[in-house]
Ligand binder design. Structure first.
Ligand code: GTP
Length: 376
């Protein structure tokens, strides 16, 4: 039986306010909760049994995925009362695994959109008789990630988490958040306390001379942890730049879900998703964006690379770039916000109150519920 653990317990703070009412893996990406893409990918790789390691808002996962039968595999759930970190979560989920000590167990971060072939990773892990095999990917600027240099034989040499000095940037290969563990290695992670697999488990394995393998490829890869990445990943799925068996419609410039309405002279493009019951009024332009259920973009508004929460309203003629608008929030008409606004769930920005300013701190009046996203 091919088994996997899905790490889905994080709070997703960088995606707030979207993650105040739903866990990050349940945020809608290209028309379905992101996790549905990941589950479909695991199924396509031959995974038959998946253990979801939950912590934050755990009930939302079971409510959507049930026992997994609708998704073609068997799903089990384990919930941490206190978040145990990535390593602690893997250890905690191990009690629901059924394989023997040498069985390979795939472990997937719940926020990575990737085109890599998980079954190939498992195959290479078996062939090399490795203790742990990591998927690695190359990025232009590796500073925000965990660097993983490898030797000519593919063995991992070091783990450097988010290096700060130039001397430590020894490779452009980073930990891609997808692993294959020998079951007995998981069982040796300390139980009942928080453990970081990146900072504690992997370095300890290297120190004990375990066989830790890194496999680098050029497959599509994106960490959807920030709003900017979330909209890009969603658009790439809709545009067909990365394939997903869970995409609920044909690839194209836009994905319109049931009950979505787009005025004939409005444009929706760049891989936008117009959610169930969402409306784009006359003359509006929506590109590279996600409109969640029932969101409204009024006449002549421009929405680029943004997420508009469920039931939120973008007023007529307003311009939004790289914004995250919470559920049921309202951005009044005639505003121009080009610097990455975050509006909290239910918050209101009055009409005509903001014109574009290059300094985000001065462009918005201090108002409860309104925040700028410096990272965007
Ligand atoms: P940020 O708060 O925005 O950093 O997001 P996050 O909480 O999801 O953290 P991060 O992106 O570092 O997590 C990577 C993956 O591990 C995600 O899929 C998380 O859901 C998962 N994860 C992180 N911490 C825990 C934990 O304590 N328990 C479980 N079960 N999963 C976790």
């Amino acid at each position: 039986m091919n088994e996997a653990i899905l790490l889905v317990g994080g709070k997703g703070t960088r995606l707030q306010p979207l993650t105040l009412s739903r866990p990050k893996p349940m945020v809608s990406v290209a028309g379905v909760p992101f996790l549905a893409h990941l589950v479909a990918r695991a199924r396509a790789a031959g995974i038959e049994r998946l253990v979801m390691a939950t912590s934050y808002l755990p009930e939302t996962f079971r409510a959507y995925f049930g026992d997994g039968s609708a998704f073609g595999l068997r799903l089990e759930y384990v919930t941490e009362t206190e978040p145990l970190g990535t390593g602690g979560a893997i250890r905690n989920a191990a009690r629901l695994l059924t394989g023997g000590p040498d069985s390979p167990v795939a472990v997937l971060n719940g926020d990575i959109l990737s085109g890599t072939d998980i079954s190939l990773l498992v195959e290479r892990h078996r062939a090399a008789d490795a203790d742990v095999t990591l998927h690695l990917t190359r990025v232009d600027d590796p500073r925000a990630y965990g660097l993983v240099p490898t030797g000519p034989d593919g063995r991992v040499l070091r783990f450097l988490e988010k290096p700060t000095t130039a001397a430590d940037i020894v490779t452009d290969q980073i930990n891609a958040g997808c692993y294959v563990f020998r079951r007995s290695v998981i069982d040796s992670i300390p139980a009942g306390r928080p453990v970081s697999v990146e900072r504690e488990t992997f370095p300890a394995l290297l120190a004990s001379n375990a066989r830790v393998l890194g496999i680098t490829d050029d497959a599509y890869w994106l960490d959807l942890g920030t709003p900017e990445a979330l909209v890009r990943g969603s658009a790439d799925l809709v545009l067909g730049r990365v394939a997903s068996p869970a995409l609920p419609g044909p690839c194209g410039e836009a994905l319109l879900l049931e009950g979505a309405r787009v005025a004939p002279d409005a444009t929706v493009a760049g891989g936008s998703t117009i959610g169930p019951g969402a409306t784009v009024h006359s003359g509006a332009h929506v590109s590279g964006s996600i409109l969640l259920d029932g969101a409204v973009v009024e006449a002549g508004a421009v929405v680029r690379d943004s997420v508009i929460g469920a039931g939120a309203v973008i007023g007529a003629g307003t311009v939004l770039d790289c914004a995250v608008i919470g559920d049921r929030a309202r951005v009044g008409s005639g505003n121009e916000l080009r610097t990455g606004l975050r509006l909290w769930n239910g918050a209101v920005l009055a009409p005509d109150s903001v014109r574009f300013s290059p300094d985000p701190r001065t462009s918005i009046p201090a108002q409860s519920g309104v925040q700028h996203a410096a990272a965007l």
